[in-house]
Design a protein around this ligand. Structure first.
Ligand SMILES: [Ca+2]
Ligand SMILES: [Ca+2]
Ligand SMILES: [Ca+2]
Length: 461
C-alpha cells in the first residue's frame, strides 16, 4: 500500500512538470519489479543460508521443547542503580576435609529419594559477603553449570562441572580431577575446592540458583540448543541449613549445604552436585510462597533488510510465554524453624506475555505476535542502536527491553512476524523446508554476539 501511494504521488509530480509518461502500465511494471526484487532477495537469502548451513529440505525450525519455566513473581525487577553493585565473584581455593564430605553424604544419601527433606526455596542477599564452595560432583555423563540469579542484576555463572580436585586417601598427594565426563568423586578424602565470594550485591534482593544441563560435555562445546534448566524454585535443589562449620571455614560463619538434582526424572538424591555456602550470616533460605510457571518459546530472528545476512540471529530476540499459572504456597512454621506446607492455591489463565530481549539491528521494526503489535521506535529509547547484542556493553541475558501482554497467540502455529522499515519482505516463521529467518528455541539458548554467526549445530538434524 505504501508503495502504491508513493507511486501515485510520483505521477502527480510528473504531471506537474509536464512529463506525461506516468501510466497504469508503469505502476504495474513497478509493482512487478518490486515483486521480482522481493523474490530475488528471498532466493539470495536461501542460497546464502544453504551455502553456510547446508540443505534445508524437510527441516523444521521450531526447535523449542516447551519445557516449563519457573520464576518468582518479583523477578527481573529493575534496580535503581545508586548502589555500586558487582556480580563478579572473587575466586579462591579451600581445602575441605572428610568430616564435611561425610556430613554431606549422611544427610544426602546417594541413590535415596531425599525430596521430603526440603521445599522449593529462594534466598536473599545478606548485608555482608558470602562464599560458595563446590564440594562434590556425582557420577553422570551430563554436563552442567551452576548459575545464580539475583533480581535486577541478572544471572551469573558460578561453577562448571570438572572444576574441582580431590584425593582419595590420607597422606596421598595425587590430586585427581573428576573432569567433565562420567567420573564422580566417590571415595573423596580431601577436596581442593574453588571458592566464589560475592560482595556488593543489592542487599535483600531475591536470588536463586539453577543448573543448566546438557546431555554431555560435547553437546555443550557444540553450543547445542536448549539445555535443561533446573531450579531451586521447583524443588530441584535441597537446602540443608545450620550445618556444622567445617574447620576450613573461618569461625563465626553460618554454613548451608545445597544439593542439586541434575535430572527432572532423576532419583532426587540431590547429590549430583553439592555446594556449601557460608557467610556471617549466610544468605537466608526462604520458602517459595509464590511461583509463576509458564511455557516459553524464544524466537531469534535474522536479516533486518541487510544486503548480506550475517546469520547472527539476534536482530530480534523475543520470548513468548503461554500457559501461565501462579501457584501460592502456604506454610505453618514452628518455633524451631521447621515448616509444613498447609495449602496451595493455583491461579490459571494468566495472560500470555512477550519479553523483548535484544534488537541487533539499527532499523525500526514492528513485531506482530498473535493480534498484538509492538513497534521498536515507540517502546525503547535509543531504538536506532543495536540493543543487548554486545555492542552496547556485555550482553545481559536476563534483561527485558520491554514486556507486554499478547492476545491471539498460538504457540503451535507460531503466528509471529516482523516488518522491518524499508524491507519489502516481512519476516515470518518459516514453513518446513524454507531457509529460516526465525527459529524457535528454549530461553536457555543464548543469542549470539553482534555479527557472530549462529553455530552450525543449531541447524543440524
Ligand atoms: Ca541424582
Ligand atoms: Ca543479522
Ligand atoms: Ca545483528
Amino acid at each position: 500500500m505504501k508503495t502504491g501511494k508513493l507511486l501515485a504521488f510520483g505521477c502527480f509530480a510528473a504531471i506537474g512538470v509536464g512529463l506525461m509518461s506516468c501510466s497504469k502500465a508503469d505502476v504495474f511494471d513497478s509493482n512487478a519489479a518490486n515483486e521480482l526484487k522481493k523474490e530475488q532477495q528471498e532466493k539470495d537469502y536461501t542460497s546464502n543460508f544453504v551455502k553456510k548451513y547446508g540443505a534445508v529440505e524437510g527441516k523444521s525450525w521450531d526447535l523449542a521443547t516447551l519445557a516449563t519455566s519457573y520464576t518468582l513473581e518479583s523477578s527481573n525487577r529493575a534496580l535503581t542503580r545508586d548502589g555500586n553493585y558487582n556480580a563478579d565473584a572473587t575466586v579462591g581455593e579451600m581445602l575441605v576435609n572428610k568430616a564435611t564430605i561425610d556430613w554431606m553424604s549422611d544427610n544426602m544419601k546417594a541413590g535415596k529419594n531425599n525430596v521430603k527433606k526440603g521445599k522449593p526455596f529462594y534466598l536473599q542477599v545478606p548485608n555482608n559477603s558470602f562464599t560458595i564452595v563446590p564440594i562434590f560432583q556425582g557420577t553422570a555423563s551430563y554436563y552442567w553449570q551452576l548459575w545464580m540469579h539475583v533480581d535486577g542484576l541478572g544471572d551469573k555463572l558460578v561453577w562448571s562441572k570438572g572444576d574441582i580436585e580431590y584425593i582419595t586417601k590420607e597422606g596421598a598427594t595425587d590430586w585427581k580431577k573428576p573432569g567433565t565426563g562420567n567420573t564422580g568423586m566417590n571415595n573423596a578424602f580431601q577436596i581442593k575446592a574453588p571458592t566464589y565470594t560475592f560482595a556488593n550485591l543489592p542487599v535483600d534482593a531475591n536470588m536463586y540458583f539453577y543448573l543448566l544441563v546438557w546431555d554431555s560435555f560435547d553437546k555443550f562445546k557444540d553450543q547445542s540448543i536448549n539445555p535443561r534448566k533446573l531450579t531451586s524454585l521447583n524443588q530441584m535443589m535441597l537446602a540443608l541449613i545450620d550445618c556444622d562449620v567445617p574447620s576450613s571455614v573461618p569461625a563465626g560463619n553460618e554454613v548451608s549445604i545445597i544439593g542439586c538434582e541434575d535430572n527432572a526424572k532423576g532419583d532426587f538424591d540431590y547429590e549430583d552436585l553439592v555446594f556449601m555456602m557460608y557467610g556471617n550470616p549466610a544468605p537466608p533460605i526462604k520458602h517459595v510462597e509464590e511461583v509463576i510457571e509458564g511455557t516459553p518459546k524464544r524466537f531469534m530472528m535474522e536479516d533486518l533488510g541487510e544486503e548480506h545476512p550475517d546469520f547472527d540471529f539476534n536482530d530480534v530476540v523475543v520470548d513468548v510465554i503461554t500457559n501461565r499459572v501462579k501457584t501460592q504456597y502456604f506454610y505453618d512454621i514452628a518455633e524451631d524453624g521447621s515448616w509444613t506446607l498447609t495449602d496451595t492455591k493455583t491461579i490459571k489463565n494468566l495472560p500470555d506475555i512477550a519479553v523483548v530481549r535484544a534488537a541487533g539491528g539499527i532499523l525500526d521494526f514492528t513485531l506482530t505476535i498473535g493480534n498484538t503489535t509492538w513497534k521498536k521506535s515507540e517502546k525503547v529509547p535509543n531504538y536506532q542502536q543495536m540493543l543487548n547484542t554486545g555492542r552496547d556493553g556485555e550482553i545481559n541475558y536476563d534483561k527485558e527491553l520491554d514486556s507486554f501482554e499478547v492476545v491471539g497467540w498460538n504457540p503451535t502455529k507460531n503466528n509471529i512476524s516482523v516488518t522491518v522499515e524499508g524491507n519489502p519482505n516481512d519476516i515470518t516463521f518459516p514453513r518446513t523446508g524454507e531457509a529460516p529467518k526465525v527459529i524457535a528455541v528454549d530461553p536457555t539458548t543464548k543469542w549470539m554476539n553482534e555479527r557472530t554467526p549462529a553455530p552450525e549445530s543449531w541447524f543440524k538434524d
